[in-house]
Design a protein around this ligand. Structure first.
Ligand code: HAM
Length: 424
């Protein structure tokens, strides 16, 4: 019986060269931007207790209701592959007493997340997020800085046709009063609504703003808006955030219909979209979650942050520099043990001197080792035989050299250095 072909699970993918190189470049860019702004890198488990997300993300959200990969471990505990990281970061903040650290605490992360969604371009069941969270301050400058940092990353990553939408959700109390008002408005026009909107009227009438259904959209166009119902201090906070974005020259649209798929938000919410993407155009979003740490059992800790989809950033145009070939390929003219040992040592010495040096397969004919050097885009080949020769691949010139120092000198005199770094 023929074995069934093994494939990556639906909605997941392998990251292979050359795409993996662009991804590492983007990660280095994120690290540079965020660490310069005082964010420290953190990792939290990919698995968390299911309860964390039920309480943290919200039992009425699509994510918790139908998108989580949940299973029981051998002791019967319910675990879930994390669908997002804000809840996990808050759990870690509480668990490690981070409220005793100097506030605010600024953390950034990069890693895999899991949502059981219908896969399509830009939407996967395992995807990667980069995120930044600032805990311990309710200052509007924290919101503005978070947004500006994400804007900087997206711009430097080459994401094109960006649009930033922003709104304020106020407090859970004003939001609840508003939800009641919206619910009774929607009840009055129930016949015009999509069936799935009608079904969820009791649970979350706000989601009606998300609907693509024509009748629902017409009803929503005339619906009362949360922004007009906010408490005075929330309005003031929102104005301050917008004022700081204005001062920084970042364009945005205040969008009273902005709905985020997570329940923990208070005050500021925002989302970056790229028109370079198809249906899944949200590249990154976030907002303030001033009550979440307390709701999960910690001290009162206002906080704000965002996460962005790495695959979507890469789809929307991030190029990064083309991967450079090695500076030098070390080839052996004979398969003699002694030559192989010398080649291995030379490669190590060249790397110690800062060059990218790749060993050609010593058992192969020299002709094939040279061909490989050409194909991987090497600048030169060091040929270890009775003596040591250096062949420059652009000119074809081949000269004897005394040792690694001379190879380093020859390569330093032409072309770029060996440090790829991060370029804008
Ligand atoms: P989110 O909007 O659910 O927010 O996800 C953030 C980003 O992750 C999205 O804008 C999108 O680019 C990417 N993303 C989400 N689902 C998928 C998927 N199935 N496939 C590919 N990419 C996806 C959050 O997760 C919040 N934790 C953000 C946050 C941080 N709020 C405050 N702090």
């Amino acid at each position: 019986m023929a074995a069934e072909r093994l494939r990556a699970p639906r909605g997941t993918f392998d990251v292979l060269p050359p795409d993996s190189g662009r991804r590492r470049w983007l990660q280095a860019l994120c690290a540079e931007v965020l660490e310069r702004a005082g964010f420290s890198y953190v990792e939290t488990p990919v698995l968390e207790s299911t309860e964390l997300f039920a309480r943290g993300v919200g039992a009425s959200t699509d994510i918790v209701r139908k998108e989580m990969f949940t299973f029981s471990d051998k002791a019967g505990r319910s675990l879930t592959l994390r669908p997002e990281n804000t809840a996990g970061i808050c759990r870690a903040y509480i668990e490690h007493g981070m409220h005793k650290w100097p506030q605010p605490v600024r953390l950034w992360y990069w890693g895999p997340f899991f949502r059981h969604e219908a896969p399509q371009a830009g939407r996967y069941r395992q995807f990667t997020q980069v995120g930044a969270e600032t805990l311990g301050s309710d200052d509007p400058a924290i919101d503005a800085e978070a947004i500006l940092l994400l804007a900087e990353i997206l711009e430097r990553a080459g994401v094109e046709r960006l649009r930033l939408r922003i709104a304020s959700l106020g407090s859970p109390e004003t939001r609840q009063a508003y939800a009641e008002e919206l619910r009774s408005y929607l009840r009055g026009r129930e016949a015009e609504l999509a069936p799935e909107v009608r079904e969820r009227l009791d649970v979350n009438p706000l989601r009606a703003f998300d609907s693509d259904h024509a009748g629902t959209r017409a009803v929503m166009a005339a619906a009362p808006r949360l922004l007009d119902r906010l408490a005075a201090d929330d309005v003031e906070h929102f104005r301050a955030v917008l004022g700081l974005l204005d001062a920084a020259g970042l364009e945005y649209e205040v969008d009273t219909t902005l709905v985020r798929g997570l329940d923990y938000y208070t005050r500021t919410v925002f989302e970056f979209e790229s028109a370079a993407l198809g249906a899944q155009r949200g590249v990154g979003g976030g907002g303030r979650y001033d009550r979440l740490v307390a709701e999960l059992g910690g001290p009162d800790t206002p906080a704000c942050g965002w996460a962005a989809g790495v695959e979507r950033i890469l789809l929307a145009g991030a190029n990064g520099p083309a991967k450079a070939g090695p500076d030098v390929v070390v080839a052996t003219a004979t398969g003699a043990r002694d030559a192989v040992a010398r080649a291995l040592r030379l490669a190590r010495e060249l790397r110690a001197a800062g060059l990218a040096a790749e060993l050609a397969e010593p058992g192969r004919a020299l002709r094939r080792q040279l061909r490989r050097a050409d194909r991987v885009g090497a600048r030169a080949v060091a040929i270890v035989g009775d003596d040591l020769q250096l062949k420059m691949l652009d000119s074809g010139a081949q000269t004897p050299v005394a040792g690694p120092a001379e190879v380093v000198r020859a390569l330093a005199s032409g072309g770029e250095g060996a440090d790829p770094g991060v370029t804008a």
